[in-house]
Design a protein around this ligand. Structure first.
Ligand code: 5AD
Length: 384
């Protein structure tokens, strides 16, 4: 078992960004290779993962994912040290507005999947979105996340609301609306969206195909487009998908390192009614928290949310996420009459309120920051 606290640990969690722990010439070489690979148009993700694994080996990650008891505590406290040193005790609070439950995808884990017959799918009107955003702002929230199924039919709505949110409310806007063409992403960016979250969900191509009925390569291509058009980019995975192994999860972390996202989000798998996976077991909380803590150590710059699914798995789960190194929480700002119709994380999902965020941050000894720790939008990357 991994012993981080012992005076002579088998290996030590890095005190500095991982590559700086290596002898200087090797670190410089590896860093140079990563830069070349990451920014090369011909970069092969798996080569990058291999290079990254020299910095924090796959077997070391496997050990971290399985840490329990004192080893797990040491992992969490190291993750919090890294977070506090890099970001202070500030937690970014954002508001999510779930504006469409239509979706053209057919993901095995999601009740909003195309083939699920749902009588009450909805799209908010522009005024409803604006009203919800204004309400978030009145609560002191400066960042909103516009989230929906992959619904190209709602793009006109976004075309209308994005400029208004920027002009009338001056909020920082994150989109999580699925895959699009490059010109569509450019349009969203032009209209004022600052950031875009698109989770890779699973780094193993076969598992990705089972989970989403799509292609991992398409998803990675979409992530590349997002970066190219100048978005601040978030990605992430699901922990505990049916058929997922610890090795798959270690590869998820290596892929996340290679992508170098601005946000990284991991949620435990929640079996969802009306899906092929409704009878599968819920994702393991400890493994999810360990994944979160390991990603905090490896991707110290990233903003990492403590997601509501953690609370759904176990009351107090989001507090544990913060104690494992997370630094973002998301308040649900979807109009209340629509919330129950948005079938993410099952019918009885946990709806995060401002009060819950306040209590959780207080328990963690962390501070509510009104959007103050967001990464700045990328400059000068819009023309590649
Ligand atoms: N379990 C865990 N995570 C889920 N997501 C959606 N449905 C589930 C589920 N049943 C996550 C996906 C998606 C994000 C919006 O929510 O990772 O990208």
């Amino acid at each position: 078992m991994l012993r981080i606290t012992s005076p002579t640990p088998r290996w030590r969690l890095p005190r500095e960004p991982a590559c700086e722990n290596r002898p200087a010439p090797e670190a410089a070489l590896v860093a140079a290779i990563i830069i070349v690979l990451r920014y090369s148009p011909y970069a092969d993700g798996w080569t990058c993962a291999l290079v990254t694994s020299q910095i924090f080996s796959r077997s070391e990650i496997l050990e971290l994912l399985q840490a329990r008891g004192p080893a797990q505590e040491a992992l969490f406290s190291r993750a919090c040290e890294v977070r506090n040193a890099r970001h202070g005790r500030a937690v970014g609070v954002r508001g999510v507005i779930e504006f469409t439950s239509f979706c053209r995808k057919d993901c095995s884990y999601c009740a909003m999947r195309r083939s699920n017959r749902i009588p009450d799918r909805f799209r908010l009107s522009a005024d409803e979105v604006l009203e919800a955003a204004a309400c978030a702002q009145a609560c002191g929230i400066a960042t909103i996340l516009l989230q929906g199924g992959e619904d190209v039919g709602s793009d006109r709505l976004l075309d209308e609301v994005l400029p208004r949110i920027k002009r009338e409310l001056k909020l920082y806007v994150i989109l999580n609306v699925g895959e699009r063409t490059r010109s569509r992403f450019e349009q969203f960016r032009r209209l004022g969206a600052d950031a875009f979250i698109m989770k890779f969900e699973a780094s193993n191509p076969a598992l990705y195909a089972q989970a989403t009925h799509g292609s991992l390569m398409d998803r990675l291509e979409n992530l590349r487009r997002l970066r190219d058009v100048g978005f601040v980019v978030g990605t992430g995975n699901i922990v505990g998908l049916p058929g997922q192994t610890l090795e798959h999860l270690a590869d998820d972390l290596l892929l996340a390192c290679e992508l170098g996202p601005d946000y990284l989000s991991s949620s435990p798998f929640i079996p969802n009614e009306g899906t092929p996976w409704e009878r599968e077991p819920v994702g393991d909380l400890d493994t999810t928290l360990n994944f979160l803590a390991a990603s905090r150590i490896l991707l110290e710059r990233a903003l990492i949310p403590s997601v509501s699914a953690l609370e759904k798995v176990r009351p107090g789960g989001q507090l544990r996420g913060l104690l494992a190194g997370a630094n973002v929480m998301t308040v649900n700002c979807t109009p209340s009459r629509r919330r129950d119709q948005y079938r993410i994380y099952s019918r009885e999902r946990f709806v995060v309120t401002l009060g819950h965020v306040g209590r959780t941050l207080e328990a963690a000894g962390l501070d509510f920051v009104r959007g103050g720790i967001l990464p700045a939008p990328q400059i000068g990357q819009g023309t590649r």
